[in-house]
Design a protein around this ligand. Structure first.
Ligand SMILES: Cc1cc2nc3c(=O)[nH]c(=O)nc-3n(C[C@H](O)[C@H](O)[C@H](O)COP(=O)(O)OP(=O)(O)OC[C@H]3O[C@@H](n4cnc5c(N)ncnc54)[C@H](O)[C@@H]3O)c2cc1C
Ligand code: SF4
Length: 481
């Protein structure tokens, strides 16, 4: 790095976003990548502080200061090689990760952190555009067969590393196309599916076979699956949505977030949706219950479908505008962060609990909410109670439930396998060997850790691949993360 004082010279610059009136008229991504020269300056803000907390706080332990220095000196190819060595899919994390690395950046103690996530994306896109991302073929083929159930980021990362070791690897997916939540959860305006497709082509060229439309435990028995493979990896995600048991829940027009998002992803992919089955926000008052990525994706989708008004209801109180960074660093400081969806016109309301839905002619018309009050106890835990006099009704012809996911779907595959579950209802396995209680059956990603993040799914897929390799051959040269 030629300029050790870049952090004093350059201000943080986030990548430009397309203006709201334009971006809400289409389904494509709207965040651009900064030009090389500006990106190099951003990388130059890295202080190379000596104790890289960013690296430690990145779940895949990306070599952040190293690639910052390389980008700064325009050694893009070497930066790519570093990035590729720790992260199977940096083009995904560069778009989707909430970047815990930036919370832990030392510069954030005094200034805004280095734009680590955008630099990661710039390196990844540079690599794809330069033709540096090619299939990595195994030195020799092996006879053992691996069956991976689920084609989300955990299953894909695991399958990729095992195929690169030479194992005959097949990914089974119940949906009609592979990708898991990357395909049918996250909308195109945050992840265009061509990004996923080019990566899937690489996996196929590396020897991974995809069998879509196969629902293990339903259309394919677990016994048949296990007989066909030397090891099975469960990477089926965490798909049991949290529901809300209140009067009026049975009214029409109330949907789980994934029903809505999956349908729109199919529509954008060019699939026909039956008219009677279509869920549309066009011209409606929409209430999204729940924050988080899923809730925001519902909001963005409803806005692009032409909703009249979109309100997002949060259970928790509004976070403060400011907080003492030293009290939290290197963890995330709990302050209010503006969301893209607010800029697009969504109203967020905080501290309300849904107590009923009311309707007309069997369809939802209103969401009835009661104010939630939060009180900190002496032991720092929180007590919450509903304030009986503070009631609020929101008009709604479409309600989307985005309150998270309780655990994996347990009927079908998991029940038939009879694997032990942990206290939260996820499949039980430790982070060292990823082995479930059924011999030869491994588990990783959201199915093991509960609802989480793409970057954690990649980490688990990588570690699980190593555990499978070790279990089958007594040793493994795959990376520990
Ligand atoms: C709407 C939404 C938005 C999100 N946005 C972000 C974000 O911006 N950033 C981020 O980091 N994380 C985000 N997440 C979380 C992230 O997508 C997940 O943590 C991640 O995808 C988990 O990966 P996985 O491989 O474990 O499971 P999944 O991606 O859930 O994939 C599991 C796959 O297994 C398949 N499957 C399940 N059971 C079977 C079976 N019996 N037979 C065959 N196939 C089966 C499913 O169909 C699915 O395709 C989001 C989640 C949602 C729901
Ligand atoms: S994967 Fe996430 S945590 Fe890791 S460097 Fe990229 S943005 Fe940061």
């Amino acid at each position: 790095m030629d300029d050790l004082y870049g952090f004093l010279r350059y201000a943080r610059r986030d990548p430009p976003k397309q203006r709201v009136p334009e971006r809400i008229r289409h389904w494509r991504e709207y965040v651009a990548v900064l030009p090389d020269e500006l990106m190099a300056r951003q990388a130059n803000r890295c202080m190379d502080c000596g104790t890289p907390w960013c690296h430690r706080h990145c779940p895949v332990h990306n070599l952040i200061p190293e690639w910052n220095a390389l980008v700064c000196d325009a050694h893009w190819r070497r930066a790519w090689e570093q990035l590729d060595s720790t992260n199977n899919f940096p083009e995904l994390t560069g778009r989707l990760c909430p970047a815990p690395c930036e919370d832990a950046c030392t510069l954030s103690l005094a200034d805004r952190p280095v734009t680590i996530k955008s630099i990661e994306l710039a390196i990844a896109e540079r690599a794809w555009q330069s033709g540096w991302v090619t299939p990595q073929l195994p030195k020799c083929r092996r006879n053992e067969r691996i069956a991976v159930v689920g084609s989300g980021p955990a299953g894909l990362a695991c399958a990729q590393l095992l195929a690169r070791c030479g194992y005959r690897t097949t990914v089974y997916e119940k949906a009609d196309r592979p990708g898991g939540l990357l395909r049918y959860g996250i909308p195109d305006f945050r992840l265009e599916k061509s990004i996923l497709e080019r990566r899937l082509r690489q996996l196929q060229a590396e020897g991974v076979t995809f069998r879509t439309g196969v629902h293990v435990g339903v259309t394919l028995s677990v016994d048949t699956l296990q007989r066909s493979a030397d090891a099975v990896v469960l990477a089926g995600g965490c798909e049991q949505p949290r529901d809300i048991e209140v009067p009026g829940r049975g009214l029409r027009g109330i949907w789980f977030a994934m029903d809505y998002l999956a349908q729109q992803n199919h529509r954008v992919a060019g699939d026909m949706i039956e008219r009677e089955a279509a869920i549309s926000a066009a011209g409606k008052d929409v209430v999204v219950i729940g924050g988080g990525d899923t809730g925001c994706d519902c909001v963005g989708t409803a806005i692009r479908q032409g909703a009249r008004r979109v309100t997002q209801v949060q259970y928790h109180d509004r976070p403060p505008l400011r907080a003492d960074v030293l009290q939290y660093w290197p963890q995330r400081v709990p302050v209010l962060r503006p969301t893209d969806t607010e800029q697009e016109g969504c109203q967020r309301i905080w501290g309300w609990s849904t107590v009923a839905f009311t309707g007309r002619d069997g369809r939802v018309a209103q969401v009835v909410m009661q104010r939630l009050r939060w009180e900190k106890r002496e032991d720092n835990s929180w007590r919450k109670w509903c304030s009986p006099d503070e009631i609020r009704c929101l008009p709604a012809q479409l309600v989307l439930l985005a309150m998270g996911y309780a655990h994996p779907v347990q009927r079908g595959m998991l029940k038939q396998l009879n694997v032990a579950l942990d206290a939260r209802g996820n499949v039980s396995a430790d982070e060292r060997n990823y082995l479930s209680t059924r011999p030869g059956v491994f588990v990783c990603g959201d199915m093991r850790r509960g609802q989480s993040l793409v970057v954690w799914a990649i980490r688990e897929g990588r570690q699980c691949a190593r555990a499978v390799d070790h279990w089958l051959s007594g040793d493994s040269e795959l990376p520990a993360i």
